[in-house]
Design a protein around this ligand. Sequence first.
Ligand SMILES: Cc1ncc(COP(=O)(O)O)c(C=O)c1O
Length: 380
Amino acid sequence: MRQGLTRRIPVAGPSITDQEVAYVQEAVRDGWYENANVFPARFEAAFAAHVGLRHAISLPSATSAIHLSLAALGVGPGDEVVVPESTWIATSAPISYVGATPVFADVDADTWCLDTRSFEACITPRTKAVIPVDLYGGMADMDGIRTIAASRGIAIIEDAAEAIGSELRGSPAGSFGDTGVFSFHGSKTLTTGEGGMLVTDRDDLHDRALVLRDHGRRLGDTMFRNAEVAFKYKMTSMQAALGLAQLERLDELVDAKREIFDWYRTELADFEGLALNQEPAGTRNSYWMVTAIVDPRHGRSKEQIISSLRGEGIDCRPFFYPLSSLDAYRDMPGRIDAERRNPNAYRLSATGLNLPSALSLTRDDVAAVCHALRSALTDD
Ligand SMILES: Cc1ncc(COP(=O)(O)O)c(C=O)c1O
């Protein structure tokens, strides 16, 4: 442990004020009977306004939002869905839930998001959908992806789980697909503890998702007569109250994330052989996780660097291992030459790590992390 350290430096975590506590108290006390849907409805309306789309459906997680999106789009057995290699498995696992097959594409070397040409190369007559991921707050080339998807009749589910507050050409993350999904897990910039949101401008997908998320009850059903076997995916009133209070503070939360990133950028400016998250022209990165790709010249794997930092009381996470490298996908066809086909994902993963990015961090915390990182890379 670092000398004088009284607490570990957390990798992620929220900012909670009296406003969140007051809203949740109100929900616990009054969010029942005829008021049961007041906070979910307010949260959804405010969220739809944030992304500039007609519909937002509050859910237990982003995983369920991806599952519902695929189911509402009619993706099923025999279909293929393209996903980037570099993401949390929650992006791809729901593809298996609906009986379809994930196809892993490479990521762009700079944005770390789905590479447009690799996406195009993965398309077959079976491709039904693509799930670009706004990784760590970065934005994919959504114009290029949308052009290809539209010309081939492929639906887009934008996985903005990590990117609330990011923008591309002035439009918010999550607004570029047939559906967009967000996560409000406790590690996220906006949290409800666990939670998620599905957003869409398409009335048909909205209506279908509402039926599927409520055990197949037709819209307006009051007699509990189910039309089909489906799912149960709802957010509680208490979570929605927390989410609404957080959403009202979104600018402040994103500004804090950007400030944390700036502290790192300043501290590490003179350190050679380290690349941090990019913010290409026309994008605004909300920097959910400050992420460093260490040049191989330092001779350290991410596992070694993370282990050194953890020993100093500093929690870090690995850059996502390529999905095709996971035991979970050991039987995937095409896994054998995935490293050759998707070199960027494999290269970034070898030396990439997420640095502490919790909203509770101070400038001194960041200075301590950077000091420990320099030592981990230079000490013999
Ligand atoms: C890129 C990405 N997609 C999906 C998810 C799933 O979110 P949830 O945990 O809310 O299901 C996460 C969560 O960390 C994520 O990072």
